[in-house]
Design a protein around this ligand. Structure first.
Ligand code: NAD
Length: 340
């Protein structure tokens, strides 16, 4: 039997344990897996592009456990009543190849993206950071905010979105949780004086959501929304002014902000910062940029974290046909009466 965590039970877990507590634990899983980065199979995710969006498969394995996530990215979906991003994922036993855990991952992706942003910011942002500008107030935004509060204690948010209803929704969700929300009329207004800038917009276009003149020295940029070929958020000049940290360079060069740059553009692999093989922030004035696209190892960590924390919320499902005699698959159907 395969253990299954569905949407109601994923939501139950998050309500029971709380987003920030889960993000703190998930960050530990991520940190463990990033530190043993070299022991994983790694390939850029497999993408099927259409004019509507993209459907992707994200596999990885540490030779003991195999994981994959199915995820879509359809920026025009909300205008049709669908979400931009939905996902589900699987953990399998490498020993016999059987799937052992199946989970919804739309909520879990929001958690893992926030946990990854929080982990990178904890290492790269100035430790005295107090205020974050959040550009894009869609599905990921509240999770991002809670990730930064869990990691750095940030409660002061300046928010801008082209859709005023999305900003109102964010205010409604986060003010009761103790955040101080300032709604900005422009990106420039949102980022003025911010220590951290998170860009989390969805548009299948080479956008310049953030221009170089709006980026002050010492800022940490958490660039989440540019995660697909032809879909970026940052003025390329910003990338030249700062140091760019990435998950897996072969995937980020295809999908991230650095798709705008020369194929040899220098980047730092974040796992190397965690293992002291590369330097993190070098000075107060340095601009650090996490060019986040989302990599399979983070989903592997998130699935493990969810599986370990929710034993009481999982159900067993019959996902794999499993005859008593492993060579007699036909036994499962031979007792059926002939059709007709
Ligand atoms: P969403 O559609 O729910 O929200 C996106 C928001 O961006 C919307 O409210 C929209 O009005 C706003 N927006 C669009 N263009 C804008 C602009 N120019 N300026 C300001 N606001 C703008 O999407 P979501 O689920 O929140 O995801 C946001 C982005 O993050 C998507 O592009 C998604 O693909 C990406 N994403 C990345 C990762 C990662 O690991 N890096 C993970 C999940 C999602």
């Amino acid at each position: 039997m395969t253990q299954f965590l569905d949407v109601p039970n994923m939501a139950r877990w998050i309500q029971r344990d709380g987003v920030e507590a889960i993000l703190r634990t998930m960050t530990e899983y991520l940190e463990d897996d990033f530190r043993r980065w070299q022991s994983f199979d790694k390939i850029p995710r497999i993408a099927s592009h259409t004019p509507f969006g993209v459907i992707e498969l994200m596999p990885t394995s540490d030779q003991v456990t195999y994981a994959f996530k199915y995820v879509n990215g359809h920026p025009s979906n909300p205008s049709r009543g669908f979400q931009t991003v939905t996902a589900f994922g699987v953990l399998a036993d490498v020993d016999n190849g059987y799937p052992v855990f199946l989970a919804e991952m739309t909520l879990l992706t929001a958690l893992r993206t926030a946990a990854t942003s929080a982990l990178t910011a904890r290492v790269l942002a100035r430790p005295d950071s107090k205020c974050m500008a959040l550009i894009g107030a869609g599905s990921q935004s509240e999770f991002q905010a809670l990730g930064f509060r869990a990691a750095l204690g940030i409660e002061d948010l300046r928010v801008y979105d082209v859709d005023p209803k999305a900003v109102e929704k964010l205010r409604r969700n986060l003010e009761p949780l103790g955040f101080s929300i300032t709604i900005a009329d422009s990106v420039a207004e949102a980022v003025a004086g911010a220590d951290i800038i998170t860009t989390c917009t969805a548009d299948k276009a080479q956008n310049t959501v953030l221009t170089s003149e709006n980026v002050a020295p010492g800022v940490h940029i958490n660039a989440v929304g540019g995660d697909c070929p032809g879909k970026t958020e940052l003025d390329s000049e910003i990338l030249n002014r700062g140091r760019v940290f990435v998950e897996f360079p072969p995937q980020t060069r295809i999908e991230g902000e650095i798709q705008q740059m020369d194929p040899e553009f220098p980047v730092v692999e974040f796992w190397q910062v965690l293992t002291d093989a590369a330097e993190g922030r070098r000075s107060e004035d340095e601009i650090t940029i996490f060019d986040s696209v989302g990599f399979a190892i983070a989903d592997f960590s998130a699935l493990r974290c969810a599986r370990d924390a929710t034993a009481d919320l999982q159900s067993s499902i019959d996902l794999v046909a499993d005859p008593e005699d492993p060579k007699d698959l036909f036994s499962l159907v031979s007792s059926l009466k002939p059709v007709g």
